[in-house]
Write a protein that binds this ligand. Structure first.
Ligand code: SF4
Ligand code: SF4
Length: 328
């Protein structure tokens, strides 16, 4: 498996402070990715042929509009598909929403990914409200962009795909909009702030077995660390076990990808999933969500996990021949 996308978590700063935020973003954060790191990684990603998409996310990346525009422009020039993940705070006035997106579209933005649900709405109200999402979606479709709206659910959630589809239809938006639903994860701020009954297992049982997301996206954190996962463990104590390198080391991205290929945890999660890692550790514990299992691997069970590093060759040998892409 080789990475297909790069995700710049440009900052953990956000003008919202959603209760369900798994990266615990909020207004108090100050860290922001260095423009030089962004430039370097995009240039180096050009020689990693599997990488096709560059994602700008956070926190709220639009709080740094010039940096965002520079990143989009660099990625576009290199031929990558570019995607922005945003809470749409900037879209209160239709004309301004259009102007804002037009500016980014001119820089090379291809896809708009809006995060909106019951949790976001509480904060979006201060910047306009649900109409912001309609304005942002309309402007993006007028500009010929691909649009996705991601919603995080809990039992009893009002804002769901069906509700949004109807809202966009009633607003006369013709273009097909993509939707992505997921259930709230008991991680980050959600873990501290939300009551237990809001956390449910994924009814589609996607939580069993291998995690194909491991290694699919390389996450670049605001401080320049490179992780082989941009899942819900980012900005937590668990992220260390997912860290492949830091850009400050000077290693080119191709070398960081090669290093990831020698990381036994990466292969374990990618081929068998966190549950298999727990079985190897002899730990019987049930989790509702895969990323939650990973969080505890990187925190409560980290000592046990490190002890397994000595068995790395033995573990690799088990997969030899039956799995593709293992390091020689
Ligand atoms: S969920 Fe999104 S909008 Fe809400 S605080 Fe986190 S980064 Fe900000
Ligand atoms: S299950 Fe683990 S490897 Fe997969 S996305 Fe979540 S934290 Fe990352």
């Amino acid at each position: 498996m080789i990475p297909q996308s790069l995700a710049f978590l440009m900052t953990y700063k956000c003008n919202f402070q959603c209760d369900h935020c798994s990266v615990s973003a909020g207004p108090e954060h100050r860290e922001v990715i260095a423009a030089e790191h962004m430039r370097r990684v995009i240039e180096e990603a050009y020689v990693v042929p599997s990488i096709r998409v560059v994602v700008f996310t956070g926190g709220e990346p639009t709080l740094y509009p010039e940096l965002l525009k520079t990143g989009i422009s660099l990625a576009h020039e290199k031929g990558f598909v570019t995607r922005l993940v945003t809470n749409a705070w900037w879209a209160k006035i239709p004309e301004k929403a259009h102007q804002f997106l037009q500016n980014l579209r001119a820089a090379g933005l291809d896809e708009l990914n809006i995060s909106f649900d019951d949790f976001h709405l509480l904060y979006l109200e201060a910047f306009g409200g649900e109409q912001n999402v309609v304005n942002a979606v309309r402007a993006a479709t007028e500009l010929g962009m691909t649009v996705l709206v991601g919603t995080v659910l809990h039992p009893g959630a009002r804002i769901r795909t069906g509700y949004l589809r109807k809202t966009f239809q009633e607003a006369g938006i013709q273009q097909e909009i993509k939707f992505l639903e997921d259930f709230v994860f008991p991680l980050g701020r959600a873990r501290q702030k939300l009551p237990a009954h809001l956390f449910v297992s994924d009814p589609e049982k996607r939580e069993k077995g291998a995690c194909r997301e491991a290694g699919q996206t390389l996450a670049i954190l605001p401080d320049g660390r490179v992780l082989f996962c941009c899942g819900h463990i980012v900005n937590s104590r668990a992220e260390e076990i997912f860290t492949v390198d830091t850009l400050a080391s000077g290693a080119p991205l191709s070398e960081i990808v090669a290093r990831m290929q020698r990381n036994v945890l990466y292969w374990w999660l990618h081929l068998e999933g966190p549950e298999a890692a727990y079985a190897e550790l002899g730990v019987e514990k049930r989790f509702q969500r895969k990323c939650e299992a990973c969080f505890y691997l990187g925190t409560a069970y980290r000592g046990k996990l490190q002890a397994l590093a000595a068995k790395k060759e033995e573990i690799f040998a088990r997969w030899e021949g039956e799995k593709v892409g293992l390091p020689a």
